[in-house]
Design a binder for this molecule. Structure first.
Ligand code: SF4
Ligand code: SF4
Length: 355
């Protein structure tokens, strides 16, 4: 890779850039679906792309970990024939926000652990990622600043910052460098570009604020002391156990493994599909025991899987602050409200101790 890490792409060149990329691979980008909803879909020109969008209904994890995926096909006709299925295709994701870049980083950590998940890793190897900076908050549900994912922190090949008539582009990997070389549309930035870029980042630091009254580093301790919180019981009264919140979450990766036999009773497949810890049978084991029978226990588990357990295991939150769980919840359960309720309860307990 060359020394120059920042370049500029004029906005009127974006369509040619996307068209160029889509010659030999799919390009997926945020597209408006109406009523303020967006989805990552295949595009061939910039006109289809929503450059200003709130997090898509489903995060880009759907490309890394499809909702349903065949892992093994078998045939018993002539002895036992078992074949691993490793489906993947080359594609570029364009316009991935920093919260979703963080989500992909979380999934990478999980699926790179031993035993490695080759289906995931092979698919990931064929996907190039172009990030897109959020210059302002998406909406009232976003909480990216709480978990520090409102600024780029790696996980992309190129990263675009919109400066109005052009993008400042950070070239982060060899793959990104090759995209720049191949398309030949990028220019060196001028002093004016850099000044505008720095001014935007400065303005952002004033717009994005911590929306809870404690520092992010104190969140794990809050959860250490909140296992028996009344807040979980309050959530139990509201939660419908629909599983929307986990399906739309960029870091929820639980899946169920199932067998499906064809009508010939000789051939079939083993496949996996997304599962949700919010569904009642999720923690049910042989003998009928259910480790998280109550909705309170399941809600608590969901939050601990975001703010406590992954901090101990991976040294990072598994919440990226995208706000999707709050947007998608039919029972109006909001992540920021839950954090604030836990903090308030903790403060009250400390205050009583002082009296
Ligand atoms: S828990 Fe909610 S806000 Fe956090 S990453 Fe998942 S969907 Fe986004
Ligand atoms: S989306 Fe809301 S109602 Fe549905 S399981 Fe999640 S918290 Fe419960």
């Amino acid at each position: 890779m060359k020394d120059v890490q920042y370049l500029v792409l004029r906005k009127d060149n974006l369509s040619s850039f996307i068209a160029h990329l889509s010659k030999d691979q799919k390009v997926m980008a945020p597209v408006s679906k109406g009523y303020g909803n967006y989805a990552f879909e295949e595009v061939t020109s910039a006109e289809q792309v929503a450059l200003k969008y709130i997090p898509t209904i489903l995060p880009p994890k759907k490309f890394f970990m499809p909702q349903r995926e065949t892992l093994i096909e078998y045939n018993l006709q002539s002895g036992l024939e078992v074949n691993a299925v490793l489906e993947h295709e080359k594609m570029t994701l364009f316009g991935v926000h920093t919260c979703d870049l963080a989500g992909i980083q979380c999934l990478n950590m999980v699926f790179s652990e031993r035993p490695k998940d080759y289906n995931y890793l092979l698919r990931k190897r064929g996907i190039s990622i172009i990030g897109l900076e959020c210059n302002e908050y998406c909406d009232e549900y976003a909480s990216c600043n709480i978990v520090n994912s409102n600024m780029p922190n790696g996980g992309y090949d190129l990263f675009f910052t919109d400066l109005g008539d052009c993008f400042v582009v950070h070239v982060n990997t060899q793959v990104g460098d090759e995209m720049v070389e191949r398309t030949k549309m990028f220019e060196k930035p001028s002093r004016t570009h850099f000044d505008a870029f720095m001014a935007l980042r400065e303005a952002k630091s004033k717009i994005f604020k911590n929306e809870i009254p404690i520092e992010p580093r104190d969140i794990p301790e809050l959860f250490d002391r909140s296992f028996d919180s009344e807040v979980w019981k309050e959530l139990e009264q509201k939660c419908l156990s629909c599983g929307n919140c986990t399906n739309v979450c960029p870091t929820c990766y639980c899946f169920d493994l199932l067998d499906e036999m064809n009508l010939d009773l000789n051939s079939g497949r083993k496949f996996r599909k997304w599962d949700s810890c919010q569904l009642e049978p999720f923690a049910k084991v042989a003998g009928g025991e259910n480790f998280r029978k109550s909705r309170a226990a399941r809600q608590r588990h969901r939050y601990y899987r975001k703010f406590e357990y992954p901090v101990a295991k991976y040294s990072r939150f598994f919440c990226t602050g995208c706000g999707r769980c709050s947007r998608a919840c039919m029972a109006d359960i909001k992540l920021k409200d839950t954090l604030n309720a836990l903090i308030k309860e903790r403060m009250n307990k400390l205050w009583i101790k002082w009296l």
